[in-house]
Design a protein around this ligand. Structure first.
Ligand SMILES: [Zn+2]
Length: 290
């Protein structure tokens, strides 16, 4: 049955989070271990959650996408599937053939007018397929594993005015740049977020789109919570839940059987996902079915 925007689960999940004042974890997932850990943590905490794949998955193997779809369908709490940072039209069209609930139309490597034009056109196409969209006005600095390096393009902070223009294209979610960066901050002292800017962006989004947070590596809990208070609904996490796993795999590859490496690795991701669900206040919010 074709999907329709009226029933879009990602929109419903983030609207409920906004109304309830809590955040939804969006876990950047590269493998089976991560996807398994997200489902286990969400079911244990009775929390909604989102699995995030990069377009890299399309090129690596569609089997990873099918795995994530199976996880979404079989979970006993609401979990949705999001394609993050889709940076080309071809990738977006390819992704839209799968059961994604939302796709980030990341045209932030284009100049503003072109970003707007492409965002509006592609949003119409995706809405026709019942898939919600996310856009990035301005440009979040830095890169992460799986997102094409945009070279030396300068980061650009989002203004309230720009946010309003992007929201008017019909997008569902907005990823603002307000001092947040992709990759590593190089020390907690370098995390400098402009909350006043966030407030003006929130005004522009009110009642029309939900805000989503990118660039949370090494965020202290209070920072995450302050962003949620500031209106963030989905909180993308990479290092915050993968740091222990990455370290463990680095230390133990070749030293323990692969089954142990995978099993223990999954446990380490699950542990941090559960912790973050408590920090974000989503624990116990997963009983609503949609
Ligand atoms: Zn991002």
């Amino acid at each position: 049955m074709p999907k329709s925007m009226k029933d879009n689960r990602a929109v419903r999940m983030l609207r409920e989070a906004e109304e309830g004042g809590y955040g939804i974890i969006g876990v950047v997932s590269y493998n089976l271990e991560t996807i398994t850990a997200v489902v286990r943590a969400a079911e244990k905490k009775r929390s909604p959650a989102q699995i995030l794949l990069f377009p890299w998955a399309l090129h690596y193997s569609p089997l990873l996408i099918h795995l994530a779809i199976a996880a979404v369908r079989t979970a006993t709490v609401p979990i949705v599937l999001h394609m993050d940072h889709a940076q080309s039209e071809d990738e977006i069209i390819a992704a839209s053939d799968y059961d994604f609930d939302s796709i980030m139309v990341d045209m932030s490597h284009y100049e503003k007018e072109e970003n707007l034009e492409k965002t509006e056109r592609i949003t119409k196409m995706l809405h026709g397929k019942g898939i919600a969209t996310e856009a990035e006005p301005g440009r979040i600095n830095g890169g992460e594993d799986g997102v094409k390096d945009t070279g030396d393009l300068e980061g650009l902070l989002t203004t309230g005015e720009e946010a309003a223009r992007f929201v008017s294209t019909g997008i569902d979610f907005l990823a603002p740049a307000f001092g947040n960066v992709h990759g590593n901050y190089g020390g907690i002292e370098n995390i400098r977020l402009e909350y006043d800017r966030l407030t003006s962006i929130r005004e522009a989004c009110k009642g029309k789109a939900q805000m989503v947070l990118h660039g949370t590596n090494t965020f202290p809990d209070e920072t995450t919570q302050k962003c949620i208070k500031g209106g963030m609904t989905r909180i993308n996490v990479n290092d915050l839940v993968l740091s222990k796993y990455n370290e463990y795999v680095k230390e133990n590859t070749g030293k323990v059987p692969l089954t142990e490496l995978m099993g223990k690795g999954t446990d380490l991701i699950q542990e941090l996902c559960e912790y973050q669900m408590d920090v974000m206040g989503s624990s116990g919010k997963g009983e609503v079915r949609y």
